[in-house]
Design a protein around this ligand. Structure first.
Ligand SMILES: O=P(O)(O)OC[C@H]1O[C@H](O)[C@H](O)[C@@H](O)[C@@H]1O
Ligand SMILES: [Fe+2]
Length: 189
């Protein structure tokens, strides 16, 4: 039997960087169709800001193994809507996940396949358990980078399809200087 070697790395708690990890950058142009306010989207697209970066340490997609990744979700809004990650179901839908807040403030939107949504505020030290079958998206509700760690089964995979098409049934917006979680007017079951 060939054994894999253990890994020990230090996450930079200020920047979210995991040394040696694979880096993924998502700009606004990678999130076409995701935000409600298309005019605001097109306006901001001229700058095409980085919305988030992911530093992932991933294994082969085999059952029993684990991946981990940090995400640096930058502050910003498209219209009233705060910057967020795309959000996904797992390709193997029954795979769960754990998130751990490192720096900054935000939260997680979770949703069942039927569209029942939950909002969990997150800050440094918050642990979120994402149960099997729930889609999940993180949102930065502050004006600083929101940094967190995620640990997930190596065979979970990402299923972006239905969220890319229909979004979440709730939106996280700023109104009168307050963070509000409202019904998505465009949501159809
Ligand atoms: O894949 P997204 O929905 O864009 O979210 C961005 C990333 O967030 C976390 O780091 C998860 O562990 C990753 O699996 C995910 O890829
Ligand atoms: Fe996930």
């Amino acid at each position: 039997m060939e054994y894999k070697l253990p890994i020990g790395v230090n996450i930079d708690l200020e920047t979210g960087v995991i040394p040696g990890a694979k880096k993924l950058v998502r700009r606004l142009s990678n999130l076409k169709g995701y935000f409600q306010d298309e005019d605001a989207y097109n306006e901001l697209l001229k700058e095409d800001p980085v919305v988030y970066e992911v530093y992932a340490v991933e294994q082969e997609e085999k059952d029993g193994d684990l991946n981990f990744a940090t995400t640096v979700l930058y502050p910003g809004k498209v219209g009233k809507e705060f910057f967020f990650t795309k959000g996904h179901f797992h390709a193997k839908a029954d795979r769960a996940e754990i998130y751990y807040g490192i720096k900054g403030k935000g939260g997680m939107l979770l949703q069942t396949p039927e569209g029942k949504a939950e909002w969990i505020p997150m800050g440094p030290g918050t642990v979120v358990y994402v149960p099997p079958y729930w889609a999940h998206r993180t949102v930065n509700t502050s004006d600083e980078p929101f940094i967190f760690l995620a640990i997930y089964p190596a065979d979970a995979g990402h299923d972006y399809g239905s969220i890319a098409e229909k979004g979440f049934s709730k939106l996280v917006i700023e109104e009168n200087g307050e963070v509000k979680v409202i019904d998505n007017p465009r949501w159809k079951e």
